[in-house]
Design a protein around this ligand. Sequence first.
Ligand SMILES: CC(C)(COP(=O)(O)OP(=O)(O)OC[C@H]1O[C@@H](n2cnc3c(N)ncnc32)[C@H](O)[C@@H]1OP(=O)(O)O)[C@@H](O)C(=O)NCCC(=O)NCCS
Length: 209
Amino acid sequence: MDIVIANASHVKFAEIICDTIAESAKIRGTGIAKRTPEYIIKKMMNGNAIIAIEGDQFAGFCYIEAWGHQKYVANSGLIVHPDFRNQGLAKKIKKAIFDLSRKKFPEAKIFGITTGLAVMKMNYELGYRPVTFSELTDDPEFWKGCQTCKNFDILTRTERKMCLCTGMLYDPAEPRAERVARSDKKISRKTFERLRSIKETLFLKKKNT
Ligand SMILES: CC(C)(COP(=O)(O)OP(=O)(O)OC[C@H]1O[C@@H](n2cnc3c(N)ncnc32)[C@H](O)[C@@H]1OP(=O)(O)O)[C@@H](O)C(=O)NCCC(=O)NCCS
């Protein structure tokens, strides 16, 4: 398995990447921001994506977005093809995109919003901490990405304060010792599960009444 910074030779995978993201979101029944092949290609051409390839088969992908004049960087669109799941591939891609983000944008805060328990756990282990949305970028372009999510009405209703997604942030200015002390505590998946279930009860119940 090759896990590399994507380039022009990977453009042929843009379509399958978008289809796999959309298909997985449908199966999970979660909301997701739509990605077009053109957008994915741009990421590849700018050296802002990591791709995993097995032979000539697409296995996984993730990309970087910069917001708020590069003060914030998001690692988005993490996807592992169903044929390659549960083998530790997402973890490797996450680490690779994190290292690339740190290298290209050393001063930037790295953040993500997700409903995925696996992603929350991986982020936590990389030194991210859960934060309120007010600690994330206020760049309207970032939040525009949520418009194509089926839960966008929740975000609007709460005036962008919260949604089903949990915001997580890695702050390079935070003393390393604090990050290490936190990740040493090892958060259990149950904690994130509880958080998600509370939010679903709160927001989706309200939405349906
Ligand atoms: C989520 C996803 C990226 C995981 O890929 P993967 O290669 O199977 O993940 P890994 O094998 O590297 O597992 C990483 C960790 O997440 C856990 N995990 C994997 N899938 C999980 C799931 N569906 N629910 C909860 N935890 C999960 C693993 O147990 C592992 O934890 P561990 O370190 O305690 O063993 C993959 O299932 C996927 O592409 N899903 C659809 C798209 C998606 O959900 N993307 C995230 C959107 S924010």
